[in-house]
Ligand binder design. Structure first.
Ligand code: SF4
Ligand code: SF4
Length: 132
């Protein structure tokens, strides 16, 4: 699948990600990490590894040796053919081109305010809560 870097999945989806303190792990299989290395990034929340190059999203951990063993990588394989453009991304880019600002994930990231728990505390070490 060809990602067109709209940022939707890295913002809108709850995703299992690697905790920041394990990010320099040099192994090639994320499954070799202990369970506490993983966290769930909440939905409607930008991933802490989501960066931008202009209006194109960029993953800060995409080139890590273990990245191909993550759920994020698996999501990039869901279309039937490797040359198929991500349908979600194509839709988002079309909407942005039409001037629909609700689909501008770069803007959403820039204006994002961390959600609070009912007690007023940040929930989780980075975003979302730890697994297990
Ligand atoms: S780790 Fe990378 S690909 Fe996965 S959600 Fe975060 S920015 Fe997106
Ligand atoms: S929704 Fe598709 S095009 Fe947009 S960032 Fe995710 S994989 Fe890439």
């Amino acid at each position: 699948m060809i990602c067109v870097h709209c940022g939707l999945c890295c913002y809108d989806f709850p995703v299992v990600i690697i905790q920041n303190k394990f990010i320099d792990f040099e192994g090639e299989d994320a499954n070799d990490l202990p369970q506490e290395a993983f966290a769930i990034k909440s939905g409607n929340t930008p991933c802490p590894y989501l960066e931008w190059e202009g209006d194109n999203s960029k993953c800060a951990v995409h080139d890590k040796p273990w990245y191909p063993t993550t759920p994020c990588y698996d999501f990039g394989q869901i279309e039937d053919h490797p040359d198929t453009i991500c349908r979600l991304g194509a839709h988002v880019k079309k909407k942005i081109a039409e001037g629909d600002t609700r689909y501008n994930y770069r803007f959403k990231c820039e204006s994002f305010v961390e959600p609070k728990t009912p007690e007023g505390l940040i929930d989780g070490e980075i975003f979302g809560s730890s697994q297990g």
